[in-house]
Design a protein around this ligand. Structure first.
Ligand code: XMP
Length: 510
């Protein structure tokens, strides 16, 4: 399979670069610059290399550097931003830092005739974000673009197939960014562009069915996109040797547990097991109000329930997980402060005996996982399901959790989601839900005093959920949701809209 290496020097758009390459049907993988050697690069047979941006200056002692031999391998290289400067530095050019020449944002760039600028107008808008710049291109390199501030906005050594751009072709603000990337991928690297989802499915199924022949495979199915698509792909490969366990903790949204069961029971038959553990979970959560304690109890109970079900099915050879590419990249990074102990199935490997783990989606981005899901015939409702936290509604019922409160929240959340859909606003928000606060207040319904709970509505706009802004949903949506929630739910007196961004708040309330 032809592939491009995205060599990670710590830039913020690294995943985006890989996605842009893949959108052109060429497989791209991201590797930290210090985790791959020149001989490994050659052995892997990469058709091209992209050096990413990064926050450093090439002259900083601690800044990431690489063996200059990479420029002599005969493999085309495209350096972006810091990657461009690093290439210049390695090849003997000069870089300078001049505060008053820094460029941020949309910048007019004038380009010269070059393979990488085929079909790009002489003057075009590019996205810049730099303080340092190349003041002297290395010997053998030609300057092929300039801006008012930047004497070398792009350079190349066409003979050696080495290209560098100071701007970011991967971001949408660079008008002709995709044309430039295409030029690099196809004209410079000579890729054919035959990496398609169909071929991914075919080759995965072929490999999985060979590797897992005769083995019993077990998967924890949450009903989320990743584990559902992993299940569908594995089922295609190993059929009834796959068993999926869906732990229903009773903390799902309205009708969600039944929907998951309907979707998978019809496909997998007895190999889909729904463990109805609502009573056990609610029992363990009784009287608990501390958010972290709730999360820990749910995480532990999830593992216990899964373990008990797994033991019933006997020997298991392989544990399957719905890990996707961003999880793989993220886990390679250092520790950051624990804001919330996210619950996922990370604890599972410790509780059951198995030979190895298989992660059939570990090379795919989320949108690619969705494409695979659709191609495998999973319902759109599931494939485009918005993110839902592992501990479910437990982190959206503030204070003590009871079945009544959960049922009230399920209805309020359902009404809100219906209204967002009715006003055609699903596309303007990335996650939206209701929260049942622990706050009671006075109201009046039909001339009588009421004293009931407050529902908070939350909708956020975000790329990666690490930061988010609250979505400016039209007042009509909020008004209609508020009316319906207070009319239909007797114990709700008040509805408020959460207008906090992340940070300082988090997306979930607990
Ligand atoms: P926070 O609240 O941390 O949420 O800003 C960011 C995103 O993560 C989801 N979330 C979770 N997902 N297990 C998950 O799989 C969890 O324990 C969990 N907690 C929060 C949240 O819904 C949002 O999309």
């Amino acid at each position: 399979m032809e592939k491009i290496l995205v060599m990670d020097f710590g830039g913020q758009y690294n995943q985006l670069i890989a996605r842009r390459v893949r959108e052109n049907h060429v497989y791209a993988e991201i590797k930290p610059y210090n985790k791959i050697t020149c001989s490994e690069i050659v052995a892997e047979g990469y058709k091209g290399i992209i050096f990413t941006g990064g926050p450093n200056s090439v002259y900083d002692e601690k800044s990431p550097h690489y063996d200059p031999e990479i420029l002599t391998l005969g493999i085309p290289v495209l350096g972006i931003c810091y990657g461009d400067q690093l290439m210049a530095y390695m090849a003997g050019g000069e870089i300078t830092s001049a505060e008053n020449s820094s460029e941020y944002g949309k910048t007019t760039v004038r380009v010269k005739d070059s393979k990488i600028f085929k079909d790009v107008p002489t003057e075009n808008i590019c996205w810049m974000s730099h303080t340092d710049y190349i003041c002297k291109a290395p010997e053998g390199f030609e300057i092929i673009a300039t801006t008012d501030q930047c004497p070398c906005a792009a350079m190349c050594n066409a003979e050696k197939k080495l290209y560098g751009v100071q701007f970011h072709p991967e971001v949408n603000h660079t008008e002709y960014g995709n044309v430039m990337l295409k030029n690099f991928i196809f004209d410079v690297c000579g890729c054919a562009g035959d990496w398609k989802m169909e071929s991914f499915i075919d080759s995965s199924v072929e490999k999985l069915s060979k590797d897992l022949a005769g083995k019993k495979v077990l998967l924890a199915l949450s009903g989320g996109v990743d584990s559902s698509v992993a299940a569908a792909l594995l089922y295609k490969a190993v059929g009834s040797n796959l068993t999926c366990i869906f732990v229903d903790h009773g903390l799902m949204r309205k009708d969600e547990g039944d929907f998951v069961e309907e979707t998978f029971k019809s496909r997998f038959g007895d190999n889909f097991i729904r463990a109805n553990a609502e009573d056990v979970f609610l029992g363990k959560l009784k009287g608990v109000t501390d958010p972290e304690t709730k999360r820990k109890i749910i995480g532990e109970e999830f593992i216990r329930t899964f373990e008990a079900e797994a033991k019933k099915i006997g020997k298991v050879d392989i544990l399957a997980q719905g890990t996707i590419y961003p999880d793989v990249i993220e886990s390679g990074k250092g520790d950051s402060a624990v804001i919330k102990s996210h619950h996922n199935v990370g604890g599972l490997p410790d509780v059951i005996a198995f030979e190895s783990i298989v992660e059939p989606l570990r090379d795919l981005f989320k949108d690619e996982v969705r494409e695979v899901g659709l191609k495998l015939g999973l319902p759109r409702e599931l494939v485009f399901r918005q993110p839902f936290p592992g501990p479910g509604l437990a982190v959206r019922v503030i204070g003590e959790i009871t079945k009544d409160k959960l049922d009230t929240l399920r209805e309020a959340d359902y009404i809100f989601r219906q209204e967002v859909a009715a006003f055609d606003c699903e596309g303007m928000t990335n996650q939206y839900f209701a929260v049942l606060t622990d706050l009671k207040s006075v109201g009046v319904k039909g001339d009588a005093r009421t004293y009931g709970y407050t529902v908070a509505l939350r909708a956020v706009t975000t790329d990666d959920f690490m930061t988010a802004t609250f979505t400016k949903l039209p007042f009509e949506v909020l008004e209609s949701a508020s009316n319906k929630i207070t009319n239909q739910l007797g114990n709700i007196t008040r509805v408020v809209y959460d207008i906090t961004s992340k940070p300082p708040a988090t997306v979930e309330w607990e």
